[in-house]
Write a protein of this length. Sequence first.
Length: 291
Amino acid sequence: MSNPPVFRFAPSPNGELHLGHAYSALVTDHLARQQRGRFLLRIEDVDGGRARDRFVEQIYDDLAWLGLRWEMPVWKQSDHMQNYAKALDKLKQLDVLYPCFASRREITEHELTKSMPQTPDGYPIYPGIYRDYSPSKAATRIAAGEPHTLRLNMKKAVALALQKTPEISFRERQKDGSYQLVAVSPLEWGDMVLARREMPTSYNLAVVVDDALQGITHVTRGEDLYFATSMQRLLQILLELPQPLYFHHPLLVDMTGRKLSKSDDETSLKTIRATGISAAELCLQLPPLIL
Ligand code: GLU
């Protein structure tokens, strides 16, 4: 018998879960059940500056209230930092990383930044200030303890990936349940930061490492992460990791058509639960789980 498919819900504990998270978790659980698959929960808490234990507890509580059950133990990214360090080392060996000493502010104010196109999430692409910096000067500054980030040399990384595979693409679930191959270009992200002192991995790196280590076969998440998939597929190719199938479901929006946000108290599950509504009643108000 073949192994069952493996699904995951992967919230970041940096705020209250809102209705959109509830919907995402329910869609994932629904697909897992439909395909007799496993449902895993992953706590994405690598951002030590924002992640809070009380939000982790609240996530468990909210998901249990929704009627969801997940396998134990829960995978917490902060317990697996050594795996992200190993992946980073592998990228260093491939010679696709370089140190950047510019602060966020220096980058924002840099003359070149002003004329750069935007990344899919709306920031100017990093203009490559330290891309061709002397490796020996960089080594001296690092040895002196100067803060820096590690950036992916995107053009080099894409060229290397294209030596390993004819195109960078992923399989996305369609409305009829079939999967369609989508070709993507991670070049649109520019030289992304993969590690910084206060956060020695990035979201994209930790996600691809964990999806592989947890044996995830199906990534189900909101449409807002659709464009991140190009970056994640690039890292999977470079790190020689298996590729899951993807489903980026539509996002829930508020009355004004705006995407729900963690800072919006009214749509937080905690606030909604406090009104006395039952999980079953709430589910009836959500869009169908599969559109
Ligand atoms: N942790 C991410 C979030 O809460 C989701 C990551 C993913 O599903 O790939 O937005």
